[in-house]
Design a protein around this ligand. Structure first.
Ligand code: GLC
Length: 720
């Protein structure tokens, strides 16, 4: 039920005002000079100057002073003094940048994700932002898709935990509070399932697959109280997602009870015409409004066609008022009618940006997001060793371009070289072939071949760090790739460094799993560094020196090769699984294993953990499983104990594994700890072929372990 103020406003607003409230434009439409890189097609919107005073919100306008001035001007011109809502893409940090969300997914630590969101909210609200277009909750299985970097990963359960954590971090108990902001769960829905991993491409999912895998994380974000949902560009089963009543009316509103605001993605309403779904702007407006999209971002069909649609009876004033009610209620929930500037404060903006406390938080989250993929006795390096000579080679050895997508670049970044200098003050660092890798987006596909001189320069080093990867511009939106290998000269660098007979540590800077099988034999250790943000260098130095024992676990599978994609752990069994029969007639490739190079949940540590005492039992509340985890090494560490289930038979086929819970246990050397998981019948529910979430009695395998490929398994029968 909306407030009296909202209802009074609605009853007194003109149609122009209402349609303007339902439109979002970039800052320069408000006469603000803003040279910004807009992410979507900036078609000529055909708006007049007098339209602007009715507009309800803007996006990606940054700066307390600027936004305060913009708000004052706007409210003076808006007939009812309704304030603008300032929204922006604050995805993994604002001024202090945290690891990309895919990396934070690998921390398996929702609290880390929550902390990142909390810091981002403090910094960005001081800069005049009131709502963020985050968290992105799209499940991903295809690293060819550039936006895997924005997702927590391939698992519904982990993605749900990270999404709800982000919403809590942004919004707190109440987004009206100082330093908190509204969150927007996106992109609804199924954007990550684009065919061929090509951005904006077709998505076609059965209702069962949609509900089993792709919807849980969005649902968790809504249940965590997210104030907004953003439509996705893709079609969902032949209808542009934002115009899908199945998604937005049936599932989001009716089944999930979402009462917040829906916004289109950038000009996505207009794209219903390009998709060949709406015949013109009027139909685009009608279908988007009737599906429940309250705000049209950066296209102007609502404004241009709302009146005629009403006059033709193709739209009702109730449908328009429904959207305006959502928007005004959101502004009220943010306290904008009392304080239209919310937390905008030039002094606080300066004081909070990159402050020590925030940088320390970024460093902590970054080192928890790093995944150690291989280590043949090379790491950690001894930072106390006198006369240690460390080689640093590759395009990311000294690069500041390690913030990742939605973060720009910055002079404040801690590079790998800087981190190593700080952590290894007595070591001699020798750098070579540090030319930064350009972007494929700009037609650059490799670095210069300086391998021969590099090998000469580094041949006397005790250990060599090869910092390789992809340009952050080649990840994120509109950055799909068909080949995921390192560039030829980066691969050559590894082949040749290996010949020196010195330990080589490959450090991978990427926004996606790369195809590293070709170079894996030439690295004695492999550190997946993703794009770690402002404190990339110090966090990596913490890992390389053992100051922090790597605890990251993969939240997305690494394919052996692109030809294997999609490869993910929670697949269905098939009728001829590998190993089910002798001979050739089983589900396999002739030229590649079925298993990924590195599976979901995988990650090495400098410690060694031993599992024992595994028990599985059934009681009236479901399944209880216990295990003892012991650190059998001399190094303290954090082990992420994972609990999976396999429903052996159901009214529809069931995944061979499903992550149902995980616990992180901090273990001192030779310490052991019991870990218990409770799996309830509720947790075992799944969408049957009538889209009902059901629990079906029967036999279940329970698996507990270090990764999806290293588990102890027990079997139980569970009745209704
Ligand atoms: C982009 C992205 C979306 C972002 C929006 C506003 O096209 O798809 O994630 O929030 O536009 O920048």
């Amino acid at each position: 039920m909306a407030s009296k103020r909202v209802e009074e406003l609605i009853s007194s607003m003109s149609l122009e005002e209402k349609l303007g409230e339902m439109t979002q434009l970039a800052p320069f439409f408000f006469g603000v000079d803003e040279s910004m890189d807009l992410t979507g097609p900036m078609a000529e919107l055909g708006l007049q100057e007098e339209d602007i005073k009715y507009i309800g919100s803007t996006l990606n306008s940054f700066g307390a002073e600027k936004n305060i001035a913009m708000q004052k001007k706007h409210m003076a011109e808006q007939p009812h003094g309704i304030p603008l809502l300032f929204m922006a893409d604050v995805i993994h940090g604002f001024r202090t940048i945290f690891p990309i969300p895919l990396a934070m997914g690998c921390s398996f630590q929702p609290a880390a994700c929550e902390k990142a969101a909390e810091v981002a909210a403090k910094e960005s609200t001081a800069a005049g932002i009131q709502l963020t277009f985050a968290p992105m909750a799209d499940l991903v299985r295809d690293p060819r898709w550039g936006r895997v970097m924005e997702s927590p990963g391939e698992d519904p359960y982990l993605n749900a935990r990270m999404t709800e954590a982000a919403v809590k971090g942004f919004q707190g108990e109440d987004p009206r509070e100082k330093g908190r902001m509204a969150a927007c769960v996106k992109h609804f829905a199924g954007y990550g399932a684009a065919e061929g991993g090509r951005d904006y491409n077709t998505v076609d999912l059965s209702d069962g697959i949609l509900r089993e895998f792709y919807l849980p994380a969005y649902h968790a974000g809504i249940d965590a109280g997210a104030k907004m949902v953003m439509t996705s560009f893709n079609i969902m089963n032949r209808i542009p997602a934002g115009a899908s009543k199945m998604l937005f009316d049936q599932i989001l509103r009716k089944e999930w009870g979402f009462t917040g605001t829906v916004i289109s993605d950038f000009a996505a309403a207009n794209e219903t015409i390009i998709h060949g779904y709406a015949k013109d702007g009027a139909e685009a407006a009608q279908r988007y409004i009737q599906a429940g999209c309250d705000i049209e971002m950066m296209s102007s069909h609502y404004i241009h066609h709302g009146k005629e649609l009403l006059e033709q009876g193709k739209l009702s004033m109730e449908e328009i008022d429904r959207s305006v009610r959502h928007i005004l209620t959101l502004k009220e929930e943010l306290g904008l009618f009392e304080n239209p500037f919310k937390d905008a404060d030039p002094e606080a903006e300066k004081a909070l940006a990159l402050c020590d406390e925030h940088r320390a938080a970024a460093r902590d989250v970054a080192r928890k997001s790093v995944v150690l993929l291989k280590n043949e006795g090379v790491l950690p390096l001894d930072s106390k060793k006198k006369g240690l000579k460390i080689g640093l080679a590759g395009p990311f050895a000294t690069s500041r371009n390690v913030l990742g997508g939605w973060a720009g670049t910055g002079s404040h970044v801690s590079t790998l070289e800087m981190g190593m200098q700080e952590m290894f003050p007595d070591a001699e660092l020798v750098t070579a072939m540090t030319e930064e890798l350009g972007a494929m987006q700009e037609g650059i596909f490799d670095v210069e071949d300086r391998v021969e001189e590099t090998c000469k320069a580094l041949r006397n080093c005790d250990v060599i760090l090869a910092a390789v990867g992809e340009n952050p511009m080649d990840t994120g939106e509109a950055a799909s790739r068909t080949c995921l290998r390192l560039s030829p000269n980066q691969e050559k660098l590894l082949y040749e460094l290996h010949k020196l007979g010195k330990p080589v540590v490959m450090i991978l800077f990427s926004g996606r799993p790369l195809e590293i099988r070709p170079v894996l034999p030439y690295a004695d250790a492999v550190v997946q560094a993703w794009f770690l943000g402002t404190e990339a260098g110090t966090a990596l130095a913490d890992i390389l020196s053992g100051a922090y024992n790597p605890s990251g676990r993969l939240s997305i599978s690494f394919p052996q090769t692109v030809g294997q994609i999609p490869v993910y752990y929670n697949h269905y069994r098939t009728g001829r699984p590998l190993g089910s029969a002798e001979g050739r007639y089983v589900s396999r490739y002739l030229d590649c294993p079925n298993e990924p190079l590195f599976p979901f949940g995988y990650g090495l540590s400098y410690a060694r953990y031993q599992y024992s005492g595994f028990q599985v039992a059934v009681d009236q509340d479901g399944i209880l499983t216990k295990v003892t985890v012991e650190n059998i090494s001399n190094t303290a560490g954090v082990e992420t104990v994972q609990c999976y289930t396999h429903d052996l038979a159901g009214s529809v086929v069931r995944p061979v594994m499903e992550l149902k819970a995980f616990q992180q246990v901090e273990l001192a050397p030779h310490q052991k700890q019991g870990v218990t998981f409770r799996i309830t019948r509720e947790m075992l529910r799944f969408p049957n072929d009538r889209s009902e979430f059901v629990f079906e009695p029967g036999e279940f395998e329970i698996m507990v372990g270090h990764s999806s490929s290293e588990v102890l398994t027990g079997k139980v029968s569970l009745d209704a």
